[in-house]
Design a protein around this ligand. Structure first.
Ligand code: IYR
Length: 224
C-alpha cells in the first residue's frame, strides 16, 4: 500500500456468532417492513430527525471520499407546492404518451398516475443532487468518481435511516427532473438524482400487492 496517514480502527464491534445470526435476522425482519408509500399524513416531523438521517446518508461509501452529493430538505409549504405543480406537469406528459405503452403496462399494478398530492401533504421532501465535478477553492474543477454509484448508496442509507426512525418514504423520479435544481437553487455542477418523500403514512395508506412480492433468495443470489 502507498504511504498514507491512517487512524486505528476503534469503533468496530465484534458480536458473538449467535448474536450475529440473530442480528442479521432482525435486520431482515425490520427492513422487510419498508414499503414505498403513496398516501402520506400531514403530521409534522421534527427537523432534527431529518438532519440525523441526512448525516447517516453522508457516511455512505463513495468514490475517493469525494462525497459527491447534496441533500435539499424541503419543508416550506410554498416550495412543496411549486415542486408538486412542476412534477405533475411533467408527469402528465409522461403518462399521456412520453412513457410509451410498455412502460405504462409495467406501472399498471402499482396504480400510479400523474397526480402527486403527497408532494404537498408530506412534511418533508428531500431532493438529492449528484455532483459530477466539485469546484475547489482555487477555482480548479475536480472530477468526482463513481458519482451515480455513490449517490445511489447514500440514498439507500437515507431511506434506511428514515425507515429506522419510524417514517415512511417514497422514491420519486419525475421525468425530467431539472426543475428541482431550479427550485432548490442548486449550482450548475449538480444534477437532480431523486426526490424522496418522507413522513408518516396516512391512516388509510396501502401497499400495492405487486410491490409486496419480493423475489426468492435463489432468484437473486448464487453462492459459489
Ligand atoms: N415517475 C413516474 C412513473 C413511475 C416510474 C416507475 I419505473 C415507478 O416505479 C413508479 C412510477 C411516477 O412517479 O408516477
Amino acid at each position: 500500500m502507498q504511504d498514507h496517514k491512517s487512524l486505528p480502527l476503534t469503533d468496530f464491534i465484534e458480536y458473538p456468532s449467535a448474536e450475529m445470526l440473530a442480528r442479521s435476522e432482525q435486520f431482515y425482519t425490520d427492513i422487510k417492513r419498508r414499503h414505498s408509500i403513496r398516501q402520506f399524513s400531514d403530521r409534522p416531523v421534527a427537523r432534527e430527525i431529518i438532519e440525523n438521517c441526512i448525516k447517516a446518508a453522508g457516511t455512505a461509501p463513495n468514490g475517493a471520499n469525494q462525497q459527491p452529493w447534496h441533500f435539499c430538505a424541503i419543508h416550506s409549504r410554498d416550495i412543496k407546492k411549486q415542486v408538486r405543480q412542476q412534477a405533475e406537469m411533467h408527469e402528465q406528459g409522461f403518462y399521456n404518451g412520453r412513457a410509451g405503452e410498455e412502460w405504462l403496462d409495467a406501472l399498471k399494478p402499482l396504480g400510479t398516475d400523474a397526480n402527486k398530492p403527497y408532494l404537498e401533504h408530506a412534511p418533508w421532501l428531500i431532493a438529492i443532487f449528484s455532483r459530477k465535478q466539485t469546484e475547489l477553492e482555487d477555482g480548479h474543477k475536480q472530477n468526482n468518481y463513481y458519482v451515480h454509484e455513490s449517490v445511489g448508496i447514500a440514498t439507500g442509507f437515507l431511506i434506511n435511516a428514515l425507515h429506522n426512525s419510524g417514517l415512511v418514504t417514497l422514491t420519486h423520479t419525475p421525468k425530467p427532473m431539472s426543475f428541482l435544481a431550479k427550485i432548490c437553487q442548486r449550482p450548475d455542477n449538480e444534477r437532480p438524482f431523486m426526490l424522496l418523500i418522507a413522513g408518516y403514512p396516512a391512516a388509510d395508506a396501502t401497499v400495492p400487492i405487486h410491490a409486496a412480492k419480493k423475489k426468492e433468495l435463489t432468484e437473486i443470489a448464487s453462492f459459489l
